[in-house]
Design a protein around this ligand. Structure first.
Ligand code: CU
Length: 432
């Protein structure tokens, strides 16, 4: 290969890889700040990696410095025998004394790093055990036993809330999507699982990553020291729209968390015929209810009966624990066999969430400021991004790539008319 071409190619590859690394860190609408911990667990992670980074930095500078210094100090011009100026390089007399084996040096470069690595290992293992300790008893907790089943699927997150703990519970108290709401300053135990492939739940400012594996549930803790909204991202490559599989954790003061829970457990009453949104609701029942639930309004056929408004369709927690045959990926909640797309977000309180579709779209412009400023409960008092929501209903696979035809993943294009879209958006925004 032409050496000039080879050198340029090396440079080009180097620069392009650097650019990739630098640019892949940029997503202005999804701030994933690992270095700005806001929770007990993430602070622990920071406290571990910062000193290790400093130690590694010192070692790096020392070793690289030594390599460069020695290289410079003992450099020998390569002898070029056929040149006139060739002076033969080192003569035998000039050649530096060669050392073979040095007991002191060998011992110190064996013992030194061993001690260093052992110290790092002790702190790391100790901390890993601490991270996995999910049993911290929450003091002064609003809902001492609140536990959440976190269900990943292509390409959004579903949260099943169990207010009295997950053990022994046969069905969740309520179900929401994409935004997991927790009381501030309290350990909330979550259990990650998946309906299809492996996903990974990660809110960098609050804790490390935890894989969501189909057929098993894995306990984890989520806790925040601050009120606010914290961005997260699925971190296990899970298919086409993996990059758009995001989520938020919203930490509320305890009283507000109670208010939020009181609202989320509410079912809806079907609208009267003279209600301005009656037509929207009817459209919803005909076009959307085969996938989406609005508790109290939509029904599901379960074991031969139509069960409206039941959390039972989300199935027993044991189903998630024990399913290893993959049937859950086909949307087989207990009896809910007519779910065609695996499952779809529960929309009973759609307008109470700041984002949707894997938190890829903000329902309210400035959702972050509103939520951080303590306005999360009043979201629906704000202007909402109507255009984006209309676009979603017009053709969702265009907004967020999902399935190849025939493969039931994500929300299909339902070919709605503009008039239908208008009515449906109006209706959805009443679901606060
Ligand atoms: Cu994922």
């Amino acid at each position: 290969m032409n050496p000039l071409f080879k050198r340029n190619l090396t440079w080009a590859i180097g620069l392009v890889s650097l650019a990739f690394i630098a640019l892949s860190g940029c997503a202005s609408n999804a701030p994933l700040d690992t270095l700005d911990p806001a929770g007990r667990k993430s602070e622990g992670i920071s406290d571990l990696i910062n000193p290790i980074f400093v130690i590694a930095g010192v070692v790096f500078v020392f070793i690289q410095g030594a390599v460069l210094y020695i290289g410079w100090k003992y450099k020998v011009k390569a002898p070029k025998q056929n040149e006139e100026s060739f002076d033969g390089g080192y003569t035998d007399e000039e050649f530096p004394e060669q050392v073979h084996g040095h007991f002191g040096a060998e011992i110190s470069w064996t013992i030194g790093p061993t001690i260093l690595m052992a110290a790092i290992a002790i702190f790391s293992v100790g901390f890993l055990l601490d991270l996995d300790d999910v049993d911290a008893a929450p003091e002064g907790a609003t809902y001492p036993d609140v536990e959440v089943l976190v269900v990943g699927q292509q390409w959004w997150w579903e949260y099943h809330y169990y207010l009295d703990g997950i053990d022994g519970a046969d069905q969740p108290d309520f179900v929401t999507a994409n935004e997991i709401v927790i009381p501030v300053n309290q350990d909330v135990r979550i259990h990650t699982t998946s309906r299809d492939v492996i996903h990974s739940f990660w809110i960098p400012r609050l804790n490390g990553k935890k894989d969501a594996v189909p057929g098993r549930t894995t306990p984890w803790v989520i806790q925040s020291n601050e009120v606010g909204r914290f961005a997260g991202q699925c971190t296990e490559f899970c298919g086409l729209s993996h990059a758009y599989m995001r989520m938020y954790t919203v930490a509320l003061p305890h009283e507000e968390f109670s208010t939020w829970v009181d609202n989320q457990v509410q079912f809806r009453t079907p609208l009267e015929e003279d209600d301005p949104n009656y037509e929207g609701e009817q459209l919803f029942i005909t076009n959307c209810a085969r996938c989406h639930a609005v508790n109290g309004v939509t029904g599901r056929e379960m074991n031969g009966e139509i069960v409206a408004d039941s959390m039972a369709m989300y199935g027993n927690i044991e189903e998630f624990r024990n399913h290893s045959d993959g049937t859950l990926s086909q949307g087989k909640y207990t009896g809910a066999a007519n779910l065609t797309s695996g499952a779809a977000p529960n929309l009973t309180h759609f307008a109470s969430r700041s984002s949707y579709a894997g938190s890829f779209f903000e329902l309210y412009p400035n959702a972050q400021e509103i939520a951080d400023g303590g306005g999360y409960l009043d979201l629906s008092q704000n202007d909402y991004a109507r255009g984006t929501l209309e676009a979603w209903l017009r053709n969702s696979p265009k907004e967020k790539p999902n399935a190849q035809p025939g493969q039931a993943r994500g929300m299909p294009n339902l070919n709605l008319s503009e008039a239908q879209i208008d009515l449906l958006v109006d209706y959805l925004m009443t679901l606060n």
